[in-house]
Design a protein around this ligand. Sequence first.
Ligand SMILES: Cc1cc2nc3c(=O)[nH]c(=O)nc-3n(C[C@H](O)[C@H](O)[C@H](O)COP(=O)(O)O)c2cc1C
Length: 337
Amino acid sequence: MLPELRVPVVAAPMAGGPSTPRLVAAVSSAGGLGFLAAGYKTADRVRSEIAEVRAVSGEQPFGVNIFLPGRPAPDPDAVLRYRDRLRPLAVRLGVEPGEPRWDDDDLDAKIEAVAGVPVVSTTFGCPSERLVGRLNAAGSSVLATVTTVDEARQAAAVGVDGLWVQGSEAGAHRGGFTDAPGTDEPLPLLELVRGVRSATDLPLYAAGGLMNGRDIVAAIAAGVSAGGLGTAFLACPEAGTHPTHRAALTDRRFQRTAVTRAFTGRPARALVNSFLTEHDVVAPRGYPEVHHVTRPLRTAAAAAGDADNLHLWAGQGWQRLRPQPAADLVRLLHSEM
Ligand SMILES: Cc1cc2nc3c(=O)[nH]c(=O)nc-3n(C[C@H](O)[C@H](O)[C@H](O)COP(=O)(O)O)c2cc1C
């Protein structure tokens, strides 16, 4: 069973820095649900972040998100050609492109680390019945990220406790089960929620483009229990958003977002910058291989304050950001509702 929330606001899991224990504890202590992001971290780091949240917010419920990266396997030649294409930029940034390699984000160790956290959400795959049973037995409710009605049906069939319904407006990766050719086009959030609502009675959290209380009320009217906000929390002082990314979010130079494989090999929504413009059309399918290839470039760009060569993840509502402490944002959203 998902926890009862005093405020139906969830701070979406955001890997790569933003979801710090401080952000999670601030949101949960304010009556919402904070979410840690286990993606890209070691299992030990995830364990210590969980302990940090517990130390600050005590018995307040919180969540943690894990990746279930699946296939299809990429075309290895296409990934190598993409690597060659990025080499001149890498030289300018003073690095070498990374080696394309597969990894499962240390999934087994992470399952051990997160078991027992009140809510565990999964991304990039349908959890197995066995995984749901293992997490439920440890006291965790399981939420699967879904981006289509069909994925919602599959997740319901394996016994998850609820669904994280992610609309096409959302910032960063589409968290659906597969990136195979022929995957359904993602739907805007409210349309997707209505479809999922008619397919299952499971509790739903909705995410994608929600920025204020009115947006959350519209999602609740469509049938969800709470609104999940990622981008809206990126500018909070407690978020670990990289300063280059944080500054870009309010830089008028960036005028739109687009979904691209250019940064990681998997579709993700980012502010349109020159990296995206130059490489989007040729970027191959292939996560996490392409993620590993571009990583040294993105790390160097971030350190150099070069927003044109960094993945500037942002949802479609980014221009409505209201930077302020996370607890104040939760209270503001609640009052607007
Ligand atoms: C910077 C960033 C990182 C993200 N990382 C993750 C992640 O690790 N796992 C996940 O399930 N979703 C991730 N997401 C997606 C969010 O959980 C959520 O679905 C999305 O932010 C909602 O859309 P919004 O950004 O328009 O609020 C990320 C989003 C952003 C903006």
